[in-house]
Design a protein around this ligand. Structure first.
Ligand code: HSE
Length: 425
């Protein structure tokens, strides 16, 4: 007999309603490929939400009680799309405990509590999948588990937040103000309900935590990372970076040096000839260096209803295939390898340092002071503004201790305004 798979969904917001639409549009194709007819039958919504028409259009039963979904023994999969940590964490744990497979796009939750939730999934022999939690519509996590199994990743760098990339593009190419660009990103459904996490780099940091687990099998937390967002990014730095031949992007990086890993999120200068420099608007790019494949880049929409929803439904179809094949509860990523964080003396990078000085200070003087702390200047610029001089330098490849020494030179002789890493092609 043909297999019917009933799904409950938690949340009918931007991605939740998209998931219902995507499944409705692709139901026949999925049935042909998997041999399973998948239907979303119940949706958990807030009492204040009016989703009656939507529910009628897509044949959904609405409920405001989680138990209506997790106590329903005919439902085999729960899709969680309410976001944030609580109560999503309790909801997912409860669904897994009830023996239901769970699909989520919740990076905050997976980055912080993924390990414990996977344990609950394993105990109950069900799957917990979260492809949509990183880079929206780009199928990056399953690619890492499948196509990089026979490879060794040495670093992953990427633009993994659609909202901030959208904002930077709007601000630089269309002259839109920061507030207006953010408001547009919210209207288009790219931003989190509280966009603080987007603009302050936290959303990207959660995604880098997940990518680090998939790339190296290593668990890191926010406390292990340097995290900076785009707030306060100055147009002066953007224009100066462009004169040097770079674009400024919010870059997440997870870099392996021997057996240690450094993970960070911050605005960085990206060489105009690097593929990541050309990624605009809500698009994301994940650029991987590995010993086997070499260089590869995965590109696509990092946010938005249908791209993210399509990733969610792809997880559902994998569960459907597994159920059909009689495979019980495989997990997304079984790779675990304890690695240490990279010590400062081994964490190498080139840097952009910008500072403000008395107008009598010269770039040659600063270059000499930096040479005295073993930091070479490979490019520089100076500009007098009223009674102050703005001096900007690009350093040679230095470790973090040298970078701190260079910062101290700026602080001692003037004011350090901005430090960013530089990414060459
Ligand atoms: N707010 C996120 C972003 C949504 O802008 O990338 C997708 O994770």
């Amino acid at each position: 007999m043909e297999k019917q798979l009933r799904v409950g969904i938690l949340g009918l917001g931007v991605v939740g309603s998209g998931a219902v639409k995507v499944l409705a549009a692709q139901q026949e194709k999925i049935k042909e490929q998997t041999g399973v007819t998948i239907s979303i039958v119940k949706a958990l919504v807030r009492p204040t939400e009016d989703k009656k028409q939507f529910a009628e259009d897509y044949g959904l039963e609405l409920t405001t009680e989680l138990t209506d979904i997790i106590e329903d023994s005919s439902i085999e999969i729960v899709i969680e799309l309410i976001g944030k940590v609580d109560p999503a964490r309790q909801f997912i744990a409860a669904a897994l405990e009830k023996g239901k497979h769970v699909v989520t796009a919740n990076k905050d939750l997976i980055a912080q509590h993924g390990v414990e939730l996977v344990e609950i999934a394993k105990k109950n022999q069900v799957s917990l999948f979260y492809e949509a939690s990183v880079a929206g519509g780009i199928p990056i996590l399953r690619t890492l588990t499948a196509n990089y199994l026979a490879d060794e990743i040495t670093n992953i760098r990427g633009i993994v937040n659609g909202t901030t990339n959208y904002m930077l593009t709007k601000m630089l190419e269309e002259g839109t103000s920061y507030d207006e660009a953010l408001s547009e990103a919210q209207k288009l459904g790219f931003a989190e309900s509280d966009p603080t996490n987007d603009v302050d780099g936290i959303d990207a940091a959660y995604k880098m935590i997940i990518l680090t687990q998939f790339a190296y099998g290593m668990d890191v937390s926010l406390a292990d990372m340097e995290i900076q967002g785009i707030r306060g990014l100055s147009i002066k730095d953007v224009l100066q970076a462009q004169k040097f031949g770079y674009e400024i992007k919010l870059i997440g990086e997870s870099v392996k040096t021997e057996d240690t890993v450094h993970v960070s999120v911050a605005p960085a200068l990206v060489s105009k000839s690097h593929p990541l420099a050309s990624i605009k608007y809500e698009y994301n790019g994940v650029f991987i260096n590995s010993t086997g494949i070499g260089q590869s880049m995965f590109y696509g929409p990092g946010a938005g209803s249908l791209p993210t929803a399509t990733s969610v439904i792809s997880d559902v179809t994998v569960i459907a295939e597994n159920i059909h094949a009689g495979i019980t509860g495989p997990q997304f990523n079984e790779y675990r390898k304890p690695l240490q964080l990279t010590p400062p003396e081994k964490d190498m990078a080139t840097y952009y340092l910008a500072g403000s000085f008395e107008s009598t200070v010269t770039v040659e003087e600063i270059t000499e002071l930096l040479a005295a702390v073993e930091v070479d200047v490979i490019d520089s610029a100076e500009e007098t503004q009223e009674n102050r001089k703005r001096i900007v330098v690009l350093t040679s490849n230095i470790n973090r201790l040298q970078m701190e020494a260079a910062e101290a030179v700026f602080v001692k002789h003037g004011t350090l305004e901005r430090r960013m890493k530089v990414m060459e092609a």
